[in-house]
Each structure stands twice: as structure tokens, then as C-alpha cells.
Write a protein that binds this ligand. Structure first.
Ligand code: DQA
Length: 147
């Protein structure tokens, strides 16, 4: 199995960005955590981050045939991007939508997700530990629902 851990805009600022909301763990800590978890459970892990919507579209397209699933924190594009949703549909990507914060406990504009309807499921509000939870959730889905 091969998983892509994909982070969108401003997530390169994790650890220093509004730590009262997003915590003190940096993106490279998160990526190291995901790689270590992958090694532990025998799954290959690739990590990518971009602040650019089109670049994220390209990465999702390229995941087809390369990765079995994507843990995707689309950041603010979650709430705005039809293009990212279409990319997931076009690539038939198996996505777990991930948010560090509980978006439903925050501003109303964060309650709607363009990604959620085409995702396998959503994990939000567990801080950066959510990335590992999302990896396990995706693997459970791949092992059960897909045979
Ligand atoms: C986020 C939540 C989004 O609303 C926000 O725009 C982000 C981060 C999260 O991980 O909690 O950039 O996706």
C-alpha cells in the first residue's frame, strides 16, 4: 500500500501559525510522524504540500495509479475549491479529508466542505494526531470496502 499525505495552503506554517488553534507541531514533525507510522504498519508514505490550488490539482491527478489513497488537508480550499473536488472525482482518488481543528466549532464559512461529498470520510478536531488517525481510517477502508 502507498499513501499520499497532502497538505494545502498555509499548512507549511503549522507550529507557528495560530498555535492556540493548530498547536505547536510543525509540518515536518507531522510528516515525520506519518512516515514513522507508515514504517510501523508497512505502508509506503509520500508527503507533499503546496500553497497553490493548481499544483494540488496536479498532485491529485498524478496520484492515480501511484497511491492507493490520500490523507488530504486542503486548508481553506476545502471551503472554496470546486477544482479540487473535481480532481478527486476525476482521479477516482480515495481521500480522507483531514482538519487539525474542529471546523464545525468555528466560523460558519468553515462548516461547508466541497471535498467531503467525494471523500471516503472526514476527520477533524483531533489536532495533528488526526493525520495518523486518518492513515488508519484510510487503510481500514481500503482493506474492507474495496474487495
Ligand atoms: C484547516 C481548517 C481550515 O478551515 C483552515 O482554512 C485551514 C486549516 C485545519 O486543518 O483545521 O487552513 O484545514
Amino acid at each position: 500500500r502507498s499513501l499520499l499525505i497532502l497538505n494545502g495552503p498555509n499548512l507549511n506554517m503549522l507550529g507557528t501559525r495560530q498555535p492556540e488553534i493548530y498547536g505547536h507541531t510543525t509540518l515536518s514533525d507531522v510528516e515525520a510522524m506519518c512516515r514513522a507510522h507508515g514504517e510501523k504498519i508497512g505502508v509506503s508514505v509520500t508527503c507533499a504540500q503546496s500553497n497553490h490550488e493548481g499544483e494540488l490539482v496536479t498532485l491529485i491527478q498524478q496520484s492515480r495509479g501511484t497511491h492507493d489513497g490520500i490523507v488530504f488537508n486542503a486548508g481553506a480550499y476545502t471551503h472554496t475549491s470546486v477544482a479540487l473536488r473535481d480532481a478527486i472525482s476525476a482521479a477516482e482518488a480515495k481521500v480522507v479529508e483531514l482538519h487539525v481543528s474542529n471546523v464545525h466549532a468555528r466560523e460558519t464559512f468553515r462548516h461547508y466542505s466541497h471535498i467531503a461529498p467525494v471523500a471516503v470520510g472526514v476527520i477533524a478536531g483531533f489536532g495533528t494526531a488526526g493525520y495518523v488517525l486518518a492513515m488508519d481510517a484510510l487503510l481500514t477502508f481500503l482493506e474492507t470496502a474495496r474487495r
